[in-house]
Design a protein around this ligand. Structure first.
Ligand code: GLY
Length: 390
């Protein structure tokens, strides 16, 4: 994308505020039909929120409740606080869930945000810290260390390393800060090193090897831990860059650097950011996979764009980042596109989502050109940050 440095935060602020307000109205509607005792939906189907009967993996309820925390953070309206607490409490049993790699996605937008809103002296803090440490410890049990490159394994099993887990190891770093044991930090670090080694491409002679491209999955021998091959679940192929995976990498490596100060993680985030900036259309919104065969006649993924915008914003806060100004401008450019009527669900009063044109799982045809729960959450998250800065 050609970065447009003329876009100023002040000039797009009204559009960002309008998008946030629209988001709150849609969230209010969602709360009416999806009470806390009803498991949360994942994506829309024909514009209506939907929870598939076959779940594959249930990784999104923290985004739903997390939006309520963001609503409270921005508006300070008690009703959002009450809802946020109620929906978050309903998630507590998930802290023992050993079947997913997504506990960071579930508890960072909810329990950690709750913790951060409390005064140091609030006794609830101890309980929330304990909750986060328990969840992080359970997450860390998904540990594959038979080979030389250990990692937290995906819900697929001990042979599988996913790029998305870079976002979930933030929970281990955070829990370590809150008093969790040293192995939480050690496992998060080792996982990030292994991810960089296998899932982030370098320029090379093989098909589509381009510096900073992110691959969805790597397969290891589950017994010996030796690397076997690259793979994908939601991307087009094992050799192409799934755009949301790239976005998770930009954001996840930036956060791993923030927690650890490890320069390799910052360099990796910047390499992935470089791939995004070189290969994404000027709108700032990528097609669902950079190697999808029929570009430009392929669906775009607005959720990849909004996660990337969050990553770019986070990178832009680091004075040591090489292209700090570019990252901030890229975040604004993406948001200027997404906060227009072309992307918001403002076009149709019956449409239930906030951000349109996202993709959940293109190979399985799930949630294609729809709204997705994480797209909604990361939109409100980055809007909250930018509007606090404005
Ligand atoms: N499974 C995580 C994602 O869809 O990005």
């Amino acid at each position: 994308m050609q970065i447009d440095h003329s876009i100023r935060l002040q000039s797009i602020k009204p559009a960002l505020e309008r998008a946030f307000d629209f988001g709150l109205r849609q969230l209010d509607r969602m709360v009416q039909t999806w009470p806390p005792e009803r498991p949360a939906p994942i994506h829309t189907r024909n514009g209506r929120w939907y929870r598939p009967r076959f779940m594959w993996t249930d990784w999104c309820p923290g985004f739903f409740a997390g939006m309520m925390w963001l609503a409270y953070q921005r508006t300070r309206e008690p009703v959002w606080r009450e809802r946020a607490e109620t929906y978050t409490r309903a998630l507590e049993p998930r802290k023992f869930d050993r079947s997913v790699h997504d506990l960071g996605f579930i508890f960072l937008p909810t329990v950690n945000r709750w913790y951060e809103l409390l005064e140091d002296s609030d006794p609830m803090r101890e309980r929330l810290a304990d909750w986060l440490i328990t969840a992080a410890t359970v997450q860390s049990f998904r540990w594959q260390d038979a080979g030389p490159d250990p990692f937290i394994y995906s819900f697929n099993g001990p042979h599988s390393l996913f790029i998305d887990i870079m976002m979930n190891i933030r929970l281990l770093f955070r829990a370590h800060q809150l008093g969790g044991g040293p192995e939480l930090y050690e496992r998060a670090m080792a996982h990030a090193f292994t991810t960089e080694k296998y899932l982030i491409m370098k320029n090379g002679p093989r098909l589509m090897d381009e510096d900073g491209a992110a691959i969805h999955e790597a397969i290891f021998n589950p017994v010996t831990g030796e690397f076997r091959n690259l793979s994908t679940q939601q991307g087009y192929s094992p050799f192409t860059c799934w755009s949301r995976g790239l976005a998770w990498a930009i954001y996840g490596f930036t956060e791993a650097y923030r927690y650890s100060g490890e320069r390799l993680f910052l360099e990796t985030a910047e390499r992935c950011a470089g791939f995004y900036l070189r290969n994404t259309p000027d709108s700032g919104v990528p097609y669902w996979d950079y190697g999808a065969p029929n570009i430009p006649n392929e669906p775009v993924d607005s959720s990849a764009a909004v996660v990337a915008a969050g990553g770019f914003w986070s990178l832009s806060r680091l004075p040591e980042a090489k292209r700090q100004q570019d990252y901030h401008a890229a975040a604004l450019q993406i948001l200027a596109t997404l906060c227009s009527d072309d992307y918001l669900g403002t076009h149709d009063p019956n449409y239930e989502g906030i951000l349109r044109h996202a993709v959940y799982h293109r190979p399985n045809n799930w949630g294609v050109d729809e709204s997705v729960m994480w797209g909604e959450y990361f939109l409100l998250e980055v809007l909250t940050r930018l509007l606090e800065e404005a």
